[in-house]
Design a protein around this ligand. Structure first.
Ligand code: ADP
Ligand code: GLC
Length: 521
C-alpha cells in the first residue's frame, strides 16, 4: 500500500508514478517529521541491502539485514534501504512517499518511500516500478535467469544510497555512515567516493563468489568514470565488478566470519581477488565479524513448532520428528533423521550428499530436503528422492515454517559446503538440538565444536564426509552421549550481542576518522 506524504510545505507530492496503485491519501505526518536523535552518541547508519527477511529473502543475507539493525538499535539509529520489489510493495505495511531523486546517465529517477515495521524498524523503499516491480526473486525471473538489466537495477540502488547520504533526497535524515552489503550494494561506496562525499562507508562481503560482473561497455549507462577501470578500482579482468567497487572504495571491509576473512586471501577461496584482499588485510582494512542469530530461535517458545521443548525434555522434539516424517512421507523409523535446509547451489556441496546418501540409508538413516535454487541441483534432489522412496524425500521450494520444523524435528543437519562465509543454518540447527555434520571451512569451522556440538570433516570428498557421518551414527547409538551433545549445542552462545559490539566500535571508529580528516582528502 503506497500513499502520498505531504511535503514540508504541506503540498502533496504530485509526481508519483502512475504504475503504482494508490490506495488513498494517508496522513503521514509521522513519516515526514525530522527525526530527533535523543542520544547524541547514537550514530545514524544507513544499511543498504537487496534482501530483508521481513519482506523478501533468498538466503542468509535477508536474515542478517533484518536482525543486525534490530540488534544494534540500543546503540545506533540503523535504517534500511531496499529496492521496492513487488513483494515489498505488496506487503501489509503502508509506504509513505517522502522524497524523490533525479536520474543520472541511464539510471531512471525514483522515489523514496518510508515503511515503518511493526516493531519500529524504519525501511526506506526505493520506488522505481520499471526496475523492481516484477514477478520473481530480487535477482531474476522464477526460471532462475538473472534480470538482463541488473547492472541498472543495482546501480540505481547504490546511487540512491549515495544520494541519501548527500541529503539529495531531502528525507530529513542523513546518515553518519553507510553500511553496504554484497555486490548489489557495491556501487554505493563507489558513487560516494567519485563524488567526494565525506561520509564513511563500510562494505560487508557475505559471499565473495557472487560478484556482479558486467561488461565495461556499461560504463556510460551507469555514469562510471573512466579512471574507475583500473586495478585498484572496479576493474576485474577487463570487466566491471560491483563487488570490487564496494571493496575498493569503502572505508573498511568486513566479512562474516574470522576464518572466511582469512580464507579469501588465498587462491582457493579468493575467486581471483585474493591479491587485492591480502593487501587490504595488510593495511588493516579487512576484518571478520561473525553473524549471530536472533531471539526467535528458541525451541521452547517458537510458535512455528508443532510442540515446544527444552534441553533434556526430548518428547517435544520427538513430536516434531514425527511431523516431519509424515510431511515428507518417510517411513516410520527409530534411526536418525538428517535434514538439508539449503539454497540448492554448487556452494552447498549437495553432490556430496548425493554421493553419501547410500551410506546414510544403508546405516539406517533417513534424509529430508527442502530448498530451491539452480534447476540442475533441484532435479538432482528430486532424483535422489526417487532412488530411495520412503527413506529420502525432497520438497523443492522454501517456507520458513517447514524449515524451522525441520531444524526442530531432525537429529542432524547436513551442510557439506565447499565454502561457507558464515552460515546461519548450522547455528539454527544447533539451537534446536540438531547436530550439524559439516565441512570444516569458513563460519562452519568457527561455530561448530567438532565432537561436542557437531561433526566436521576436512575434504570436499565423499570419503571425508563419510568419516564424519560414521562418528555421527556412533554417537546416535549412545543416547546419553547424543543428548549431552544436543544440550551443549542448544546452549551455544550465538546471539547477536557478540557481533553487535565489534560493528558498533567499527562504526564509531570510522565516523571519528572521517571527522578528523582534512576536508580535501
Ligand atoms: P546462505 O545465505 O548461503 O543460503 P545461510 O546458512 O547463511 O546460507 O542462510 C540460510 C538462510 O536462508 C536460512 O534462514 C535458511 O532457512 C534460508 N534458506 C535456505 N534455503 C533457502 C531458499 N531456497 N530460499 C530462501 N531461503 C532459504
Ligand atoms: C551468504 C553466505 C552465508 C552467510 C550469509 C549471511 O549467503 O553464503 O554463509 O551466512 O550470506 O551473512
Amino acid at each position: 500500500m503506497i500513499s502520498f506524504a505531504p511535503q514540508q510545505d504541506g503540498r502533496l507530492n504530485p509526481t508519483v508514478s502512475s504504475s503504482i496503485t494508490l490506495s488513498g491519501l494517508a496522513p503521514a505526518s509521522k513519516a515526514t517529521q525530522p527525526v530527533v536523535n535523543t542520544n547524541p552518541n547514537k550514530k545514524k547508519i544507513l544499511f543498504v541491502t537487496s534482501e530483508l527477511a521481513d519482506l523478501v529473502k533468498t538466503g542468509g543475507l535477508g536474515d542478517v539485514s533484518a536482525a543486525l539493525p534490530r540488534a544494534m538499535r540500543h546503540l545506533h539509529d540503523v535504517r534500511v534501504l531496499i529496492p521496492g520489489y513487488r513483494q515489498v510493495l505488496q506487503s501489509d505495511n503502508p509506504i509513505h512517499i517522502i522524497g524523490e531523486l533525479g536520474g543520472h546517465a541511464a539510471l531512471p529517477p525514483c522515489k523514496i518511500g518510508r515503511m515503518d515495521l511493526a516493531d519500529g524498524l524504519v525501511i526506506y523503499v526505493l520506488i522505481c516500478p520499471e526496475l523492481y516491480e516484477r514477478e520473481g526473486t530480487p535477482y531474476g525471473a522464477n526460471n532462475g535467469r538473472d534480470w538482463p538489466d541488473n547492472h541498472i537495477r543495482f546501480a540505481r540502488l547504490g546511487l540512491a544510497a549515495a544520494d541519501i547520504a548527500a541529503n539529495l533526497a531531502q528525507i530529513y535524515w542523513q546518515p553518519d555512515l553507510v553500511h553496504a552489503h554484497d555486490w548489489p550494494a557495491g556501487l554505493t561506496p563507489a558513487y560516494m567516493h567519485w563524488r567526494g562525499q565525506r561520509t564513511p562507508t563500510l562494505f560487508t562481503i557475505h559471499n565473495l563468489a557472487y560478484q556482479g560482473v558486467f561488461s565495461r561497455a556499461c560504463c556510460p549507462e551507469l555514469g562510471i568514470p573512466h579512471h574507475a577501470l583500473q586495478q585498484d578500482g572496479m576493474e576485474f579482468y577487463g570487466k566491471l565488478s560491483f563487488l570490487k567497487a564496494g571493496m575498493a572504495y569503502s572505508s573498511h571491509i568486513t566479512t562474516v566470519s574470522a576464518t572466511y576473512a582469512q580464507e579469501i586471501t588465498t587462491p582457493e577461496f579468493g575467486c581471483g581477488l585474493e591479491g587485492f584482499l591480502s593487501s587490504k588485510t595488510q593495511q588493516g582494512l579487512l576484518s571478520g565479524i561473525p553473524n549471530g542469530i536472533d531471539e526467535s530461535w528458541e525451541a521452547s517458545t517458537d510458535p512455528h513448532l508443532i510442540a515446544p521443548y527444552a534441553p533434556g525434555d526430548w518428547s517435544g522434539k520427538a513430536i516434531n520428528s514425527d511431523h516431519i516424517r509424515e510431511l515428507f512421507e518417510l517411513k516410520k523409523s527409530s534411526g536418525p533423521l538428517f535434514a538439508v535446509v539449503s539454497r540448492l547451489v554448487y556452494q552447498k556441496g549437495l553432490d556430496l550428499t548425493e554421493a553419501v546418501a547410500d551410506f546414510i540409508v544403508a546405516s539406517g538413516g533417513q534424509i529430508c530436503i527442502i530448498g530451491r535454487g539452480e534447476p540442475e541441483e533441484e532435479q538432482a534432489m528430486r532424483d535422489l528422492a526417487l532412488r530411495f522412496p520412503g527413506q529420502v524425500s525432497a520438497r523443492i521450494g522454501f517456507n520458513e515454517t517447514d524449515a524451522r520444523r525441520m531444524f526442530a524435528g531432525s537429529d542432524f543437519l547436513l551442510m557439506p559446503s565447499r565454502y561457507e562465509p558464515c552460515g546461519l543454518s548450522q547455528m539454527y540447527a544447533q539451537r534446536f538440538g540438531s547436530l550439524p555434520v559439516a565441512r570444516n571451512t569458513g563460519g562452519l569451522a568457527d561455530t561448530i565444536e567438532d565432537g561436542l556440538t557437531g561433526f566436521l570433516f576436512n575434504e570436499s570428498t565423499p570419503e571425508s564426509y563419510i568419516q564424519a557421518l560414521r562418528r555421527a551414527f556412533k554417537v546416535f547409538a549412545y543416547p546419553d552421549l547424543f543428548n549431552a551433545m544436543r544440550c551443549r549445542a542448544m546452549s551455544a552462545p550465538f546471539n547477536w550481542c557478540k557481533a553487535v559490539e565489534p560493528y558498533a566500535e567499527l562504526y564509531e571508529q570510522l565516523v571519528a576518522q572521517s571527522l578528523s580528516r582534512p576536508a580535501n582528502t
